[in-house]
Design a protein around this ligand. Structure first.
Ligand SMILES: *Cc1c(COP(=O)(O)O)cnc(C)c1O
Length: 389
C-alpha cells in the first residue's frame, strides 16, 4: 500500500472539515441538552438548532419554518416523496408520480414503494449524456400527476439538470417538484426560488459535514405527512430528538460550502479537466460518461473498453487510489448501474466504467499520479483478457 491515500471518491462521502468538527464539539459534551427541555441546557441546545436553521435558510433563500432536519439524504428523499405523495393523494390531488430514470436509489426505491402502495409511476428517460429534456417532462405530465422528482446533479455521472426549467413546467401544471440536491452544495447555486423547487433534500456528509444528518426544504403550504411519528419536533414533520451536534455541523459545513463555492468550482474544474483530458489522451478506447458541459466540477467518469471496472478498482486500490465503479455487486453478480444503462450504454461498456470524484484534498500532483499509473493498468488487464470487440 502506498503511504498516502489518494481519495477520489468524494461523491460517496467527504471527510469532515476540521473547522466544522470544532463547531460541533461543544454539543457532544459541554452542551448535552435536549432542545425540548425547558431548563437552561435545553434552551442552549434549542438556540443552537435555531441558529443552525437560520444559517441554512440564508443559504437556501427560504424561511426557517420551511426546513426539516433529517437523518440524511435517503431519509430526506423518502420524507419528500412519501410525505408529499400520501398527503396529495389524501387531498384528492392525484396518484401519479414521475421520477427520472437516473435517480439515486433513495428516490428510485421510495418511488417503487409508492407504486406498491397504489401510485402509478413514470420513469423519465434521459439523453445519452444523462440530461432530462424539459419536453419529455411536459409530455409525461398527466391530469392526475401529483409529484415529480428529478435530481439536481447525478452522483454517478455528475450531470447537472436544467432544474429551473423543469421546476417551471411543474409549477405551471400545479405539480409538486422535489429535487435530490445532495451532490450540489459547494458546486451549484442553491437558491430555492431561482430553482423553482417545492422540496429539496441535502445530506451533510457530501459537503464536508458529518454523516447521518440532512435537511429537507419544504416550501410553505406544500402538503407533507410525517414519515416518522412520535414527538412534535420539526413542526410535527419529523419526530425524534434533534441531532444537535450534527445539525450544528451541517449548518457550518453548508455555510462554508456556499462561501467557497466559486473558488472551489474554479479549482476543481481545472483538476477535473486535467484528469479527463489526460486519461482520454493516454488510454485508447476510452470515453467520458455524462455531459461534458453540464457537469459537476468534481466528477470524472470514464469508460474503458474491454475491462471490468471492478478489476480496475482493485488495481487502483493497491496503488493507494480510492475510486468507484459503475457497477454494484448484488448477490455475487455484477449488475451494471441503472444510471449507465439509462444512457443507452451496453452492459459491458457500463461495467467497464470508473468514477473519480475530486475534493479539497486533491492536488495536481495526485491527478498526475493517476495519469501515470492508470494507463499501464488498463493495458495489463487488456493483455490478460484480450479485447473481442
Ligand atoms: C449520497 C446520496 C444520497 C443518500 O444520502 P445519505 O445521506 O447517504 O442517505 C442521495 N442522493 C444522492 C444523489 C447521493 O449522492
Amino acid at each position: 500500500m502506498r503511504e498516502r491515500i489518494v481519495y477520489l471518491d468524494h461523491a460517496a462521502t467527504t471527510p469532515l472539515d476540521p473547522q466544522v468538527f470544532e463547531a460541533m464539539r461543544p454539543y457532544f459534551t459541554q452542551q448535552p441538552g435536549n432542545p425540548s427541555s425547558i431548563h437552561q441546557l435545553g434552551r442552549a441546545a434549542l438556540q443552537a438548532v435555531d441558529d443552525a436553521r437560520e444559517q441554512v435558510a440564508l443559504v437556501l433563500g427560504c424561511t426557517r419554518r420551511e426546513l426539516v432536519f433529517t437523518g440524511g439524504g435517503s431519509e430526506g428523499a423518502n420524507l419528500a416523496l412519501k410525505g408529499a405523495a400520501f398527503a396529495l393523494r389524501e387531498a384528492g390531488r392525484g396518484a401519479h408520480l414521475i421520477v427520472s430514470a437516473i435517480e439515486h436509489h433513495a428516490v428510485i426505491h421510495a418511488a417503487a414503494y409508492l407504486q406498491r402502495c397504489g401510485f402509478t409511476l413514470t420513469h423519465l428517460p434521459v439523453t445519452s449524456t444523462g440530461l432530462v429534456r424539459p419536453d419529455d417532462l411536459r409530455a409525461a405530465l398527466r391530469p392526475d400527476t401529483a409529484l415529480v422528482s428529478v435530481m439536481y446533479a447525478n452522483n454517478e455521472l455528475g450531470t447537472v439538470q436544467p432544474l429551473a426549467a423543469l421546476g417551471a413546467i411543474c409549477r405551471e401544471a400545479d405539480v409538486i417538484f422535489h429535487t435530490d440536491a445532495v451532490q450540489a452544495p459547494g458546486c451549484l447555486p442553491l437558491d430555492v426560488e431561482a430553482l423553482n423547487v417545492d422540496l429539496l433534500s441535502l445530506t451533510a456528509h457530501k459537503f464536508y459535514g458529518p454523516k447521518g444528518v440532512g435537511v429537507l426544504y419544504v416550501r410553505r403550504d406544500t402538503p407533507l405527512l410525517p414519515q416518522i411519528n412520535g414527538g412534535g419536533q420539526e413542526r410535527r414533520r419529523r419526530a425524534g430528538t434533534e441531532n444537535v451536534p450534527g445539525i450544528v455541523g451541517l449548518a457550518a459545513a453548508l455555510t462554508r460550502a456556499e462561501a467557497g463555492r466559486s473558488a472551489y468550482t474554479a479549482r476543481m474544474t481545472l483538476l477535473r479537466d486535467r484528469l479527463i483530458d489526460g486519461l482520454l489522451a493516454r488510454i485508447p478506447q476510452s470515453w467520458l460518461n455524462g455531459d461534458r458541459e453540464q457537469r459537476l466540477p468534481t466528477n470524472a467518469h470514464l469508460g474503458f473498453a474491454c475491462v471490468e471496472g471492478e478489476s480496475v478498482l482493485l488495481l487502483l486500490d493497491q496503488a493507494g487510489i480510492c475510486a468507484s465503479s459503475g457497477s454494484a455487486c448484488t448477490s455475487g453478480a455484477l449488475e451494471p448501474s441503472h444510471v449507465l444503462l439509462a444512457l443507452g450504454l451496453e452492459p459491458d461498456a457500463a461495467n467497464g466504467s470508473v468514477r473519480f470524484t475530486l475534493g479539497y484534498s486533491i492536488s495536481e500532483a495526485e491527478v498526475d499520479y493517476v495519469l501515470a499509473v492508470l494507463p499501464p493498468m488498463i493495458e495489463r488487464l487488456r493483455a490478460v483478457v484480450p479485447c473481442t470487440t
